[in-house]
Design a protein around this ligand. Structure first.
Ligand code: AMP
Ligand code: ZN
Length: 466
């Protein structure tokens, strides 16, 4: 079955084919580093991580760019209040974002790009827009004239006829009913950082950074552009206007937007004050894997309701999968290969792939995995499952984990590595054989203190992390 995505631009599920296979050129709007990123933001970033991973499972290579917005209204306001330069102010939050992303096992895009390092590219793009007649100046700032781009509003289904020509907006974020000419370059204001440009001293608006950097690194036409659904308007609408009025080519072929993470019916956001950072949730004792699992488990176009009960359920689900993995690795099975078991694994694999191909339906794909684990456990209990089935069974679990990436527990800070645990377990076995129970108990306690549990099974000793 073909890989299909829901394209916001056409409002249709479309078969995916990149312009230059096997490479997929993709851009993601990254964080504005004015605060710790909250887990609502991470919902969007986890979606793009799953997207990356599935594209690779389907044989594509990624050329993926994510920007870091490090100059913007809120950043300037906060940095000024703290008497810091914007560079000093944003560095701590950029670092925290990268650390949190690593904890959530989000793959790094091929390149991160900072807005402040691409001012020259933005100026060049604004100059090209000016040369093509799409801009005007007013009170020291430069604006994009939306009436000069007849298809403005297509992505967000906005009709601009009847809109007041020449009405302008200076802020970076605004609502649909406030669609106006938007700012490309903001004239210098007292105390704010600024750069020189042919249109006077000042700084770029938010929107120009993404189209300028996307075009620089990915060319005139991108295969995929992702972001949270709230970015559709005005940010992505403005990106399209800017890029297409410079290049006269389609900017993006597939627009993919993640729905919001919500808390008690409302979008989690910094401005509403109803947000948790990753650190807040970890401090309550949840594992990064459970958070990742929960963020990935709801298909990206559905709203994700955030509750701690669901995180508990995620911990339990992961535990079941880890136990299954352990049983596959350490169980003793009879020789041979059972064809019925093989056929069931094959079928589960095809179903899993089919659900992921259908616009990344992670919930249905997980449903297949849990049914498969249940059936396979039953086949092991009854003795139907044989040694010859282990490899294919592991193969499917491996495919699951190549995407969801939750099987390996996060090592506790200062904790034991797998190799160190193995060495202690082996030493304990020796101590027991030598009837040195004192040493054997010591090791058991030492491991328990590190959250490692030993289990005596009929197939021998095995260990797992709590
Ligand atoms: P920002 O740092 O505000 O520019 O947002 C970074 C990314 O997170 C953008 O793609 C936003 O659309 C996305 N985002 C913000 N709030 C939420 C939320 N509650 N749920 C999902 N994504 C969000
Ligand atoms: Zn952007």
């Amino acid at each position: 079955m073909a890989l299909r995505f829901f394209n916001t631009l056409t409002q249709q599920l479309e078969e995916f084919a990149p312009l230059g296979p096997p490479v997929v050129r993709m851009y993601t709007c990254g964080p504005t580093v004015y605060h710790y990123v909250h887990i609502g933001n991470f919902r969007s970033f986890t979606f793009q991580d799953i997207l990356r991973r599935w594209l690779r499972c389907r044989g594509y290579q990624l050329q993926h760019i994510m920007n870091i917005t490090d100059v913007e209204d809120k950043i300037i306001r906060n940095a000024m209040a703290k008497n810091q330069s914007i560079g000093e102010y944003t560095a701590q939050y950029e670092k925290a974002f990268l650390e949190d992303s690593a904890l959530l096992r989000l793959e790094r895009p091929e390149r991160f790009v900072r807005a402040t390092e691409h001012i020259a590219e933005m100026i060049a793009a604004i100059e090209a827009l000016a040369a093509n007649g799409h801009t005007y100046q007013s009170e020291g700032s430069t604006y994009f004239r939306i009436a000069s781009f007849p298809t403005y509003g297509r992505l967000s289904r906005l009709h601009i006829e009847g809109m007041q020509a020449g009405a302008r907006v200076d802020v970076d974020e605004y609502e649909k009913d406030d669609a106006r000419d938007f700012v490309l370059w903001k004239g210098r204001r007292e105390g704010e950082p600024y750069w020189d440009s042919p249109f006077g001293e000042g700084r770029p608006g938010w929107h120009i950074e993404c189209s300028a950097m996307a075009n620089k690194y990915l060319g005139e036409t991108l295969d995929i552009h992702t972001g949270g659904i709230d970015l559709t308007f005005p940010h992505h609408e403005n990106e399209i206007a800017q890029a297409e009025c410079v290049n006269h080519k389609q900017f993006v072929r597939y627009w993919l937007h993640a729905e919001h993470l919500i808390v008690e019916g409302q979008k989690m956001s910094k401005s509403l004050g109803n947000f948790y950072t990753l650190r807040d949730v970890l401090d309550r004792g949840y594992s990064p894997e459970a958070i990742r699992y929960r963020l990935a488990a709801v298909p990206y176009r559905n709203k994700l309701n955030f509750t701690f009960a669901d995180l508990e359920a995620a911990e339990t689900a992961i535990e079941r999968l880890r136990n299954f993995d352990l049983r596959l690795r350490t169980g003793k099975f009879s020789e041979g290969k059972c064809p019925e078991v093989s056929a069931r694994i094959q079928k589960a694999r095809l179903d899993f792939e089919g659900h992921m191909d259908e616009d990344l339906n992670t919930a249905a794909a997980l449903g297949v995995i849990f049914e498969y684990v249940r059936e396979t456990n039953a086949a092991m209990d009854s003795g139907q499952f044989c040694g010859g089935n282990v490899e294919e069974a592991h193969g499917l679990l491996g495919l699951f984990d190549a995407l969801f990436d939750v099987l390996k527990p996060t090592a506790k800070e200062g904790g034991l590595s797998d190799a160190e645990v193995e060495a202690l377990v082996a030493e304990r076995q020796q101590a027991r054989s030598a009837r040195d129970f004192k040493r054997s108990d010591e090791i058991r306690d030492q491991l328990a203190a590190q959250g490692v549990i030993l289990e005596d099974t009929r197939d021998g000793m095995r260990w797992k992390r709590k």
